[in-house]
Design a protein around this ligand. Structure first.
Ligand SMILES: Nc1ncnc2c1ncn2[C@@H]1O[C@H](COP(=O)(O)OP(=O)(O)OP(=O)(O)O)[C@@H](O)[C@H]1O
Length: 240
């Protein structure tokens, strides 16, 4: 059931971003609705990370806007983001989980309950007291996911979360992503890994040179892309 303060659908309306006189993103419009994960695909430099940062509000658009549904006074409280390389506090795993919950104004009992739930979600219960920065790369990324999930965001943005990980660690992160999606969290994730997009995507947004060329169901995108650029990308050709 839709929560009364839900912010989805989220609409990108004519989004543009210029930096150093260059148009990094141009006239991007689409709607993100609740449902299975949206994967933002495209070659290096297509503008995937910039689009994600605009949607999350880390960058201000040069043109257009991001609009949310619903009456939420501060829509960004309903969102969280995980980056390619997690930034962790020089403290224990548990302290890393509790801190954003403390900042969100939750009392200690609720912080503990959510931290325990998040640790179980990512399978790090046994490492709760370890210094976070001594974890392996894969464990650190799982902690970053747990930290974001503990906030129970309606929308979770993931920017190439597996880019630095080996296949086993990637598999563990993908399982967590699927568990979050099954729980009703809307995931919006960038990747340039086609195989990963096939495994995870419900829908695809395909970017090329700062423009959104395709947006629709993943099955349709993979079976019959509408643009030559997407078809070439799917064939593994080098496009830029
Ligand atoms: N803040 C910025 N200032 C100037 N240029 C930027 C800024 N952010 C991104 N760019 C440029 O915009 C282009 C798109 O960058 P972006 O990181 O979004 O691409 P991407 O599709 O995520 O690529 P990759 O797959 O390599 O991560 C790049 O050419 C990048 O150098």
């Amino acid at each position: 059931m839709r929560a009364p303060d839900a912010i989805l659908p989220l609409r990108a309306e004519g989004l543009g971003f210029r930096a150093g006189g260059v148009a990094v993103l141009q006239d991007v419009s689409f709607t993100l609705a609740a449902g299975p994960p949206t994967l933002i695909l495209g070659p290096n430099g297509a503008g995937k990370s910039v689009l994600l940062r605009l949607l999350h509000g880390l960058l201000a658009p040069s043109a257009g806007r991001v609009a949310w549904d619903g009456p939420a006074p501060d829509p960004r409280r309903h969102q969280a983001m995980v980056f390619q390389r997690p930034v962790l506090l020089r403290r224990s795993v548990l302290a890393n989980l509790r801190y954003p919950l403390f900042l969100a104004g939750l009392d200690r009992a609720e912080q503990d309950a959510r931290a325990a739930e998040a640790l179980a979600l990512v399978g790090l219960e046994a490492l709760a007291d370890r210094p976070a920065r001594r974890l392996s790369g894969g464990e650190q990324q799982r902690l970053a996911l747990a930290r974001a999930a503990a906030l129970r965001p309606e929308v979770l943005f993931l920017d190439e979360p597996c880019a630095s990980l080996d296949p086993a660690a990637t598999g563990a992160v993908e399982q967590i992503i699927q568990a979050l999606a099954a729980r009703g969290t809307k995931l919006v994730m960038t990747t340039h890994d086609l195989a990963q997009a096939r495994r995870l995507a419900g829908e695809i947004a395909f970017l090329h040179r700062g423009r959104l060329l395709e947006h629709g169901p993943a099955a349709r995108f993979f079976a019959s892309p509408e643009t030559g650029e997407a078809a070439a990308f799917l064939r593994g050709e080098l496009i830029w």
